[in-house]
Design a protein around this ligand. Structure first.
Ligand code: THU
Length: 133
């Protein structure tokens, strides 16, 4: 899979980060099952708990437009390291992921990224299937 456009979209989204408190800017982009890309940035708040991560911004944009199935997620935080999605975002990705093998692309820059599967970063996840009883 060629993730060039998804990666560029995450990098571009990072430039929109609203992070005056942490100064830690994050960009994310998701690929939907029908190959649409939605991007998002982190959006902080003076009431810190109201902060929204970049991944969730991108996912909530997609879901609110009617796109509920994700097949890849790309994330960039500090370009000197690979930023992994936080625990809450891993859970939200799980809710909308096509399956637990979808790829999570952790980006330093356009030419330097690593790929993990959702299952690798969130093994033993609790999902909507657990509620079917
Ligand atoms: N952040 C994200 O946007 N995504 C993550 O997966 C990790 C954390 C943001 C939240 C907050 O604005 C800043 O990074 C520092 O935690």
């Amino acid at each position: 899979m060629n993730y060039e456009k998804l990666i560029e979209s995450a990098i571009e989204a990072r430039t929109k980060a609203y992070a005056p408190y942490s100064n830690f800017k994050v960009g994310a982009a998701i690929l939907t099952e029908d190959d649409k890309i939605f991007s998002g940035c982190n959006i902080e708040n003076a009431s810190f708990g109201a902060t929204n991560c970049a991944e969730r911004t991108a996912i909530f944009k997609a879901v609110s437009e009617g796109y509920n199935t994700i097949k890849a997620v790309a994330v960039i935080g500090d370009p000197t390291t690979y930023t992994y999605p936080c625990g809450i975002c891993r859970q939200v990705i799980t809710e909308f992921a096509e399956n637990d093998e979808i790829e999570i692309i952790l980006i330093k820059n356009k030419n330097d990224y690593i790929i993990k599967t959702l299952k690798e970063i969130l093994p033993g996840s609790f999902t909507k299937r657990d509620l079917d009883r």
